[in-house]
Design a protein. Structure first.
Length: 450
């Protein structure tokens, strides 16, 4: 008995230590079993208390009266599958007649407390089937991306969602996006994760960094073109517009709309072209969009109008030509001048890190998900990297990108430097960096030289 007691105490101590220091290990070792038992034992009573049950069918009630048997209890949604994951549980439910997916969504917070889980979210899989994802611990406190992620052309994993799933940036589905974040909010780390995910792919990277290139120029070996000032950015954007026009001419000549050509082979964008003729897709990263929109003189105003017009044209017409925009900034509001709201309307994807003002949050989510505005301005300053991600569908999630240092991003870009395509239109803007970029720490005076 003494040995058993000692072993039990050691197991309990190990569980407490894992829960404190390694919550993911604790979940896989102890939490998933306890949580699954808790859900199965409490399921019927919790669903009844949360108002997620329906009365029995009339034929059951009539049969019970005819046979003088007790009337059956109200029925909760039927469990079709309970699947454990590395971060929680996935519960797939079959709704009863009369129930709605919004009933499950409205009761998510009550289900979280009742099942003693960290977070509960739900989504509709198909008509009558709802998937409830339960998170066993705070997965965003210490982000650990899965070892294996789904790989697909122009689709890269960049962050982890609050329900434990991977947040992907899919440029085929959402070609243009807006990313906002105040100073020290984690926006630069999110951008590095984008570059790190795109570096191994067959894609041309174009950067506009008006902070004299301090963010993007260390990654120059993987970029086909870079601009470090508004003047250079204006010329670079004009070159991209010219490339877009040339790509559309290529698509037009390759459409071959005849009776003999199947509908699936009629080219409407670069992805329908034969692989040997398909132009290289381009991802344009703008590090600070406000620097492109500010002006102080008449000449700078003309340059500003030229830049914004080119960005709007690329956002409106660039998708079919394989040109995608990733617009980043600390501040994004209508006071940046004409054309800004028109540009915002074309940026389907929205990501907002911690923001200092509600106006920027409204510009990010006010037109697609008003309830995400409050969540964006309530991100605490100590949680760098935490962000709200949404799109035009109205859905939004809390995400957090894993920390990627500038040294790691530089090494990755140098490793895949051979994949950098040489585009003739952008050759004048190619960085002249010929050697591997090195980050040298500031030298300290030695005793011999002091």
């Amino acid at each position: 008995m003494t040995a058993f007691t000692v072993a039990l105490v050691l197991v309990a101590a190990a569980a407490c230590l894992l829960r404190w220091r390694r919550p993911a290990w604790y979940w896989l070792a102890f939490g998933v079993t306890l949580a699954a038992l808790r859900v199965l034992v409490r399921y019927r009573s919790v669903m009844d208390a949360c108002g997620l049950t329906v009365p029995s069918a009339r034929w059951r009630l009539s049969l019970a009266r005819a046979t003088n048997r007790p009337i059956s209890e109200p029925r909760p949604p039927r469990i079709r599958r309970l699947r454990p994951t590395r971060t929680g549980l996935v519960l797939r439910l079959k709704l009863r007649p009369g129930q709605d997916v919004f009933d499950i969504a409205a009761a998510s917070d009550r289900l979280r407390h009742s099942f003693s889980m960290f977070d509960v979210t739900s989504r509709e899989v198909r008509s009558g089937v709802v998937e409830v994802r339960m998170t066993g611990y705070d997965v965003l406190k210490r982000v650990q991306m899965p070892a294996e992620t789904e790989t697909r052309a122009m689709r890269v994993p960049v962050a982890l969602r609050e329900d434990g799933s991977v947040h992907y940036r899919d440029y085929r589905a959402i070609p243009h996006a807006l990313t906002l974040g105040a100073t020290e909010s984690g926006k630069s780390v999110y951008q590095r994760n984008l570059v790190a995910g795109l570096a191994p792919l067959d894609v041309a990277l174009v950067g506009i960094d008006c902070k004299q290139g301090v963010e993007l120029f260390p990654l120059a070996r993987r970029f086909s073109a870079l601009a470090d000032s508004p003047d250079t950015a204006a010329e670079l954007l004009d070159a991209l517009v010219a490339r877009m026009v040339d790509v559309y001419r290529l698509i037009r000549t390759q459409q071959r709309i005849t009776v003999d050509v199947p509908d699936a082979e009629i080219a409407a964008d670069i992805w329908y072209l034969p692989e040997e003729l398909r132009p290289t897709p381009v991802v344009v990263l703008v590090d600070e969009v406000a620097e492109l929109a500010l002006y102080a003189t008449k000449e700078e105003e003309r340059r500003r109008d030229r830049i914004i017009t080119a960005l709007v044209r690329l956002a409106q017409l660039g998708r079919a030509a394989g040109i995608c925009l990733e617009i980043c900034g600390q501040r994004f509001g209508s006071e940046l001048g004409k054309g800004i709201t028109m540009l915002r309307a074309q940026l389907t994807g929205r990501t907002a890190h911690r923001l200092n003002d509600e106006t920027s949050a409204n510009m990010a989510f006010g037109d697609i998900a008003p309830d995400a505005v409050l969540a964006a301005i309530q991100i605490p300053a100590e949680l760098r990297g935490l962000a709200i991600a949404g799109d035009a569908s109205g859905g939004w999630h809390r995400i957090r990108a894993p920390h990627t240092s500038l040294r790691q991003a530089v090494n990755l870009c140098n490793r895949y430097a051979d994949r950098t395509p040489d585009l003739p239109e952008l050759a004048p803007f190619r960085s002249t960096t010929g050697t591997v970029t090195e980050l040298v720490p500031s030298a300290k005076a030695s005793p011999a030289t002091a």
